[in-house]
Write a protein that binds this ligand. Structure first.
Ligand code: HEC
Ligand code: HEC
Ligand code: HEC
Ligand code: HEC
Ligand code: HEC
Ligand code: HEC
Ligand code: HEC
Ligand code: HEC
Ligand code: HEC
Length: 378
């Protein structure tokens, strides 16, 4: 966890909070590239059997790469010009003391490295080559055919132990948002930029279980209630972690990191919402940020949500009287009997008619029949 402290110029602390900064080295290439493992990945000249278990799979990988591609003099010259001291074999380069950096040759957007002309980006080559490989030691299906994360993406990504996918969508398969391994290798796909977006599933009062439509294309929608911002960080892209809403508040300030959207299965993630609003959920309480008493606005909160609490209970009749109740349907349901979009994540008690108190449990979907007989208040 990282503690973030904001101070003024005199060093006076203005605000502080603790959040998770996820790091993991659980990239399990050893499943298939450790000496003596997957025979389909064995180098032509045999496994290296290095005594260091961290080095062993890496050296096997370099040898296997050497089986297919001898580094040409043209590439060696270009590498030299760029300051990299390589030999014609990756294995030889490594054992003679120069660590091999894949991105010296394969461009990698994450590292801002351009690679060499004529060599594919690392992410495209990695996913394209591995999609059709068998999931060693189970040889019944390829990585592309995996029906669960453990026998698909988690053989390389972190991982069976780390469980990087732990947020509100932890039950959605990686491939239902991203497509399968070969799909990620699509040469037309810009790695690190062509990624799923929230509105592919969250639109029209629905939560879809897959980001893909019936034609196998990412779902598009004109409903931008829960959408990421267009053209961030580059024109034509719309990445969540660069997006903001509600007065330029980053989406992640209320929802957390991608794959770790509140509530998550990792207790450290949940420290932040718990400290800020005393219960684990996306940041919902207006008072986390607004210190002044809010006028009970009907639709000026995030995603057009109204102020939450007794003040809104008191004034909502005036608003409905003036504007009708149809605007409530998006979140409270087309028949006004409540929906996941009108759910309270904490128990609430309100004073209703004649000073009577009513308590609603956490998980209750607020609806227009809770306190009176329907949306017209009768
Ligand atoms: C499920 C098994 C499996 C896993 C996990 C796996 N690989 Fe492989 N890999 C293979 C197989 C099989 C081949 C040989 C494919 C071929 O030659 O057609 C291979 C080949 C390679 C090659 C050689 C490419 C070339 O030049 O032909 C590289 C590089 C490589 N893998 C890197 C990695 C890295 C890095 C990881 C971890 C992030 C990894 N692999 C994880 C099965 C696996
Ligand atoms: C010295 C330059 C160089 C370095 C360093 C390098 N590669 Fe490659 N790699 C190539 C070339 C050239 C090709 C063939 C052209 C292509 O596929 O773009 C290739 C192809 C591949 C392929 C595709 C194999 C196939 O059959 O489709 C994979 C996967 C791969 N490299 C992974 C890696 C990984 C992982 C690393 C780091 C461990 C790495 N490469 C380091 C030059 C390099
Ligand atoms: C509910 C949809 C969803 C699921 C399920 C999902 N992802 Fe993602 N993933 C995203 C989104 C959205 C982004 C883009 C985040 C952003 O804009 O920063 C992303 C980005 C990524 C990135 C790029 C990270 C970065 O820093 O840019 C990787 C790697 C990744 N996902 C891997 C996975 C793996 C592996 C799994 C399964 C274990 C998985 N994802 C499951 C939605 C999903
Ligand atoms: C054989 C190992 C391997 C498998 C299997 C694998 N990945 Fe990856 N993936 C990698 C490596 C290595 C990188 C880092 C590439 C780079 O640095 O550019 C990566 C990068 C990514 C990225 C970020 C770059 C991009 O293209 O946007 C995403 C997203 C991603 N993987 C998703 C997935 C998903 C989802 C699956 C399963 C459907 C999967 N990967 C299966 C090895 C793998
Ligand atoms: C594959 C489609 C899909 C994508 C893409 C997706 N979601 Fe979800 N989301 C779901 C589903 C399905 C649920 C309900 C999960 C459940 O009930 O287990 C959900 C639930 C949620 C919840 C409710 C959590 C709670 O209990 O309060 C939030 C918040 C959320 N998603 C935010 C996001 C954000 C932010 C993004 C983009 C970074 C996103 N989702 C992308 C499908 C998706
Ligand atoms: C100020 C806090 C805040 C910010 C900033 C914020 N949200 Fe939300 N978000 C919420 C709240 C509260 C809800 C619950 C709405 C409801 O249940 O009616 C929500 C719900 C969601 C949902 C899930 C809807 C469901 O099915 O439960 C998604 C997806 C989502 N937001 C995406 C985003 C995106 C994308 C951004 C940035 C462009 C963003 N949010 C910015 C507070 C915020
Ligand atoms: C994560 C912090 C955060 C939360 C939570 C939050 N707000 Fe805000 N709100 C902001 C910021 C930042 C602004 C922009 C302030 C500015 O522009 O000076 C803002 C602005 C507003 C405004 C003025 C916007 C306008 O158009 O005049 C209203 C009204 C408002 N918020 C209502 C709400 C309501 C209602 C809730 C709870 C449902 C809520 N906010 C929750 C941070 C937050
Ligand atoms: C953007 C989504 C959204 C819309 C639109 C919406 N509501 Fe809500 N409403 C919610 C959510 C979410 C809750 C539960 C919040 C909580 O208690 O945490 C809620 C709760 C309530 C409550 C219970 C009191 C409270 O503050 O929890 C009343 C009353 C209510 N809504 C009335 C209305 C009326 C009337 C309309 C139409 C004018 C409306 N809502 C439109 C999302 C919405
Ligand atoms: C937490 C309790 C509560 C919920 C939930 C609630 N209301 Fe109300 N509502 C009240 C109270 C209290 C009054 C004022 C007393 C009365 O008329 O019963 C009222 C009055 C009204 C009135 C005015 C009736 C009149 O005679 O003028 C309308 C219209 C109304 N509500 C609409 C809605 C709609 C639409 C919803 C659902 C989106 C909703 N209410 C949900 C508590 C609630």
């Amino acid at each position: 966890m990282a503690k973030i402290v904001a101070t003024d110029l005199t060093g006076k602390v203005l605000a502080a909070t603790s959040v998770v900064l996820s790091v993991s080295d659980e990239m399990s290439c050893k499943n298939c590239h450790a000496s003596g493992s997957d025979p389909y990945a064995e180098p032509a000249t045999g496994w290296v059997y290095n005594s260091d278990p961290l080095k062993d799979p890496k050296l096997n990988i370099l040898k296997r790469h050497d089986d297919h591609f001898i580094i040409s003099q043209t590439y060696l010259d270009q590498l030299k010009a760029a300051g990299w001291n390589y030999q014609s074999s990756l294995y030889q380069t490594a054992v003679s003391g120069t660590p091999v950096l894949c991105a010296a040759c394969h461009s990698d957007f994450a590292l801002s490295l351009p690679g060499l002309q004529g060599i594919n980006p690392l992410t495209n080559d990695m996913h394209t080559l591995h999609g059709p490989q068998l999931n060693w030691p189970s040889t019944t299906q390829t990585l592309d055919q995996a029906k669960d994360d453990l026998s698909g993406c988690y053989v390389c990504h972190p991982g069976p132990k780390t469980q990087c996918k732990r947020g509100a969508m932890k039950n959605v398969l990686c491939s239902d948002c991203h497509g399968n391994t070969s799909h990620l290798g699509d040469p037309l796909r810009a790695g690190w930029l062509d990624l799923p977006a929230c509105q592919m599933c969250h639109n029209t009062s629905t939560r879809y279980n897959s980001a893909f439509d019936n034609n196998g294309k990412w779902r598009t929608t004109t409903d931008l209630t829960f959408a990421t911002n267009p053209d961030v960080p580059l024109p034509g892209k719309d990445l969540y972690r660069f997006s903001a809403g509600h007065g330029k508040v980053f989406c992640s300030a209320c929802h957390g990191s991608p794959h770790a959207e509140y509530p998550t299965a990792q207790s450290n993630d949940n420290v932040y919402p718990n400290v800020e609003q005393k219960y684990v959920a996306k940041i919902t309480e207006c008072t986390v940020c607004h210190t002044t008493q809010m006028t009970p606005t009907p639709n000026l909160g995030p995603h057009g949500i109204h102020a939450i609490g007794q003040a809104w209970v008191n004034v909502h009749p005036d608003y409905v009287d003036q504007h009708g109740y149809s605007s409530c349907a998006y979140c409270h349901g087309s028949n006004y009997t409540g929906l996941f979009l009108s759910q309270a994540k904490v128990s609430r008690t309100f004073t209703v008619e004649n000073g009577q108190k009513k308590t609603f449990n956490a998980g209750h979907n607020f609806n227009c029949y809770d306190c009176h007989n329907g949306p017209n208040g009768g």
